[in-house]
Design a protein around this ligand. Structure first.
Ligand SMILES: [Zn+2]
Length: 369
């Protein structure tokens, strides 16, 4: 901690963080084989190559130093503090996926829509890819809120531990649909257009299922063919696709339209995964259940992969007691779950501790006293 240079906002947040780490026990399996990185007020990783003998020592260190960000290596090392990296003795690594909310006008106060979107992407990653296509079991997967604007999914399994960078990148590319070829999924035979069945495995089946689902959307259906405004025509097409026949109603320009939908949908099928993170076998990633210095929220682990009912702004709050008088340093929007009403710049108000921490960490407010 840089004592004299520290502003009173940072000092307040560090005090809250220290209390949190002294009162909460966080599970960190194989702590002695991980490299840790700590961050401060201005930088998410200020110090790295930190090693600890075990979980208890880690918690004591966090309570004492109150870092504003805590990351740990996806890798297991024989000597986690050794430098340079090759001296650490890499023993394997978890497989991780980093999902971030899309770029949007909401900026630093991530809106509900963006948070919902990235949550749906995380659910898709787990339910449409990791469980069915890769065959991982639920017990090998864990998911946590990143503390900021996304989610992390971790796979801990002997099946992935030894994978190198290129194998990990292939996994990320498969999920992102990179290199996927329309002409290998669809072919014409005279009048008929053949393609995947919804019961197929892999990408073809996913595309078919998603397409059938989207046909229920009138706007989407109209883009395919005007004939689909008749329910009996739509039913005919849907039952043909069940059998892998993608045109039994005479759709004009069917191949071009389908190709367009294919390109558009493959982006939405996979979600926004940062392939560079997945491929990086020495990546430092936010420690689940640690605190995020950019939001004052907890990078909360989501029990039993139940992301559906998880609302980060409500469920990832770490400070549920007390209140604090703050002054808005800029115009602050309403943020459902944590900022109940907007605050114009300059407004002074006593607000719940979680809201105060959120706004101080966002550097959108200062202490009022
Ligand atoms: Zn947004």
């Amino acid at each position: 901690m840089a004592g004299e240079a520290m502003g009173k906002e940072e000092a307040h947040v560090r005090k809250l963080f220290s209390k949190y780490y002294s009162e909460n026990k966080i599970a960190m399996p194989s702590a002695h084989m991980r490299e840790f990185g700590f961050g401060g007020w201005d930088k998410k990783i200020e110090f790295r190559h930190i090693a600890v003998p075990g979980e208890a020592e880690l918690m004591a260190k966090l309570a004492l130093e109150a870092p504003l960000y805590v990351s740990y290596s996806v890798a297991y090392y024989q000597f986690p503090s050794a430098r340079p990296m090759v001296r650490k003795g890499w023993r394997g690594a978890d497989l991780v996926f980093d999902l971030d909310a899309p770029e949007h006008s909401c900026g630093k106060f991530t809106c509900q829509e963006c948070l919902d979107k990235v949550k749906q992407d995380a659910i898709k990653l787990i339910e449409d890819f990791l469980l069915p296509d890769f065959g991982f079991s639920k017990s090998e997967l864990s998911a946590n809120f990143s503390g900021g604007r996304g989610y992390h999914v971790h796979v801990k399994s002997q099946a992935v531990e030894q994978l190198d960078r290129s194998a990990r990148r292939e996994i990320a590319d498969y999920i992102a649909g990179t290199g996927l070829d329309f002409d290998r999924l669809f072919w014409e035979d005279g009048k008929k257009l053949f393609g995947p069945k919804p019961s197929d495995g892999g990408y073809g089946g996913k595309f078919a299922r998603e397409y059938l689902r989207r046909l229920d959307d009138e706007e989407f259906a109209q883009q395919i063919s005007r004939k689909l405004s008749k329910p009996e025509e739509k039913a005919r097409l849907k039952s043909a696709i069940q059998q892998g026949n993608w045109d039994n109603i005479g759709i004009a320009n069917r191949k071009r339209k389908l190709r367009e939908k294919f390109e558009e949908m493959r982006l939405t099928l996979a979600g926004r995964i940062d392939a560079n993170v997945t491929a990086d076998i020495t990546k430092l990633i936010r420690m689940p259940n640690s605190l995020h210095g950019g939001s004052g929220l907890c990078a909360k682990s989501i029990p039993s992969l139940k992301l559906d009912g998880f609302e980060p702004m409500r469920d990832a709050q770490a400070f549920r007691q007390g209140s604090l008088k703050i002054k808005a340093a800029e115009s602050i929007p309403e943020v459902p779950g944590i900022v109940p009403e907007k605050m114009p710049a300059g407004k002074i108000a006593e607000v719940p501790q979680a809201q105060a921490a959120y706004l101080l960490c966002k550097k959108a407010a200062v202490l009022a006293d």
